[in-house]
Design a protein around this ligand. Structure first.
Ligand code: ADP
Length: 398
């Protein structure tokens, strides 16, 4: 059974075709500049080189059609016809409080995606465009929505409610949702499997450290807390997002700089985090770590603050769960930067954690990086959101 996995942005569309008999990717690719001059598709059949096609893609419907044409092409395609694709799994960012699990898409589901436009104005409209493009190109084929917010739905009120007037939750569903849920669920599940932990009771902390970054705590695969909130702004220091901040800062900067709330929120989302703290040096952690190693004081302070914030969350989540069995690092920084992993773990001696430097000297490979006698297992565990989406789609459509 072949599942097509789609992740749509407003001007981009990433895809993977996954054969679920052995969970292998048979082709993947990316359409860029949809609706903009210079649109192109980069298509890569498994085991072969990348092919680049330049053709106008005025909208997502044309983009999907190009992807399907590439997949069935006699020369560089991987299936004979679109009939060999059984279902399509879509990453959809926000379901509000409506869904705590993936769902086969019908008119009601599409309505929920629209109702949640306000909560994810950049993502939900693009996600719906991708769904409607697939419906038009492959009528009758099941489409499944796999929500970023689903994992966080198992949080208790004490974790998800903000301490603001309850009426805002009652009227507008203002609460903490959490994002990167597909990744957190996948990584915590794989950790439980590979460490042979009790699937009902295992206490796992996942640090998804990419350009966007978040931490989750889960017991038996169910999220008990996660660091992002109503929007992906809360929590860790990220590439350009501030993470946790006193809301009073917003008002103070508005008054001092004569800006309105939207402008300051834009600064907190796009000009803060690593980029802002380093005084504009870079939002890319590699640049920050390198400059820090070369002695740049702003970069050093930024790198230290990044690691410190992650360590603080790990401490808080260990307390919230009254213990932790495994801590996992994933995503761009978590999978690639041994110094960041080591730096974060240097705060965790009180948990009996010790890092094995040789084991930690690796990139993008599933492995335990703590010593054999470390009381808590620390792992590098590459995330695979596309496979997670394909698995959910398969479960609902097989
Ligand atoms: P997102 O999906 O949120 O855009 P990624 O998971 O791709 O982000 O992570 C991007 C981050 O990962 C960047 O800060 C980048 O510096 C870091 N990163 C990527 N590759 C490496 C590497 N080889 N070594 C260290 N850091 C890396």
């Amino acid at each position: 059974m072949n599942i097509l996995v789609i992740n749509c942005g407003s001007s981009s569309l990433k895809y993977q075709l996954i054969d679920m008999t052995n969970e292998t990717v048979t082709a993947k690719g990316l359409c860029e500049r949809i609706g903009i001059e210079g649109s192109n598709l980069v298509h890569q059949p498994a085991g072969k080189g990348k092919l680049r096609f330049e053709k106008p893609m005025p909208d997502h419907k044309v983009a999907i059609q190009m992807v399907l044409d590439a997949l069935v092409d006699p020369e560089h395609g991987v299936v004979k016809s679109v009939d060999e694709i059984s279902a399509v799994g879509h990453r959809v960012v926000h379901a509000g409080t409506n869904y705590s699990d993936a769902v086969v898409i019908d008119e009601n589901v599409k309505e929920v995606i629209k109702i949640c436009y306000d909560l994810a104005p950049l993502h939900n409209p693009a996600n719906l465009m991708g769904i409607e493009a697939c419906e038009a190109a492959m009528p009758g084929k099941p489409n499944v929505a796999v929500w970023d917010t689903a994992f966080g739905m198992s949080m208790d009120e004490k974790a998800y409610l903000y301490a603001i007037p309850y009426e805002y939750f009652a009227k507008y569903s203002v609460r903490r949702y959490g994002f990167h849920g597909t990744s957190h669920k996948f990584v915590s599940g794989e950790a439980i499997k590979s460490l042979n932990l009790d699937p009902e009771k295992a206490k796992v902390i996942v640090c998804h450290l990419g350009n966007g970054a978040s931490v989750s705590a889960s017991i038996g695969g169910k999220c008990v807390d996660t660091s992002m909130g109503l929007t992906p702004l809360e929590g860790l220091i990220m590439g350009t997002r501030s993470g946790d901040i006193d809301a009073g800062v917003v008002q103070y900067i508005c008054n001092k700089e004569g800006k309105d709330i939207n402008e300051v929120l834009n600064i907190l989302n796009k000009k803060s985090g690593l980029l802002g703290m380093s005084d504009g040096l870079s939002s890319d952690s590699r640049d920050i770590m390198q400059a820090a190693a070369e002695g740049n004081p702003r970069a050093k302070a930024t790198a230290e603050a990044f690691e410190y914030r992650v360590a603080k969350y790990i401490g808080a989540y260990t307390a919230a769960m009254n213990g932790v069995d495994a801590i996992c690092f994933t995503a761009g920084i978590g999978e690639n930067d041994k110094d960041v992993r080591k730096g974060i773990c240097s705060y965790l001696g009180y948990l009996g954690i010790e890092i094995d430097d040789e084991a930690n000297n690796v990139r993008g490979e599933l492995r335990v990086i703590s010593t054999a006698d470390s009381k808590v297992k620390v792992m590098l565990l590459p995330t695979n959101e596309e496979l997670a989406i394909a698995r959910e789609t398969y479960r609902l459509c097989k």
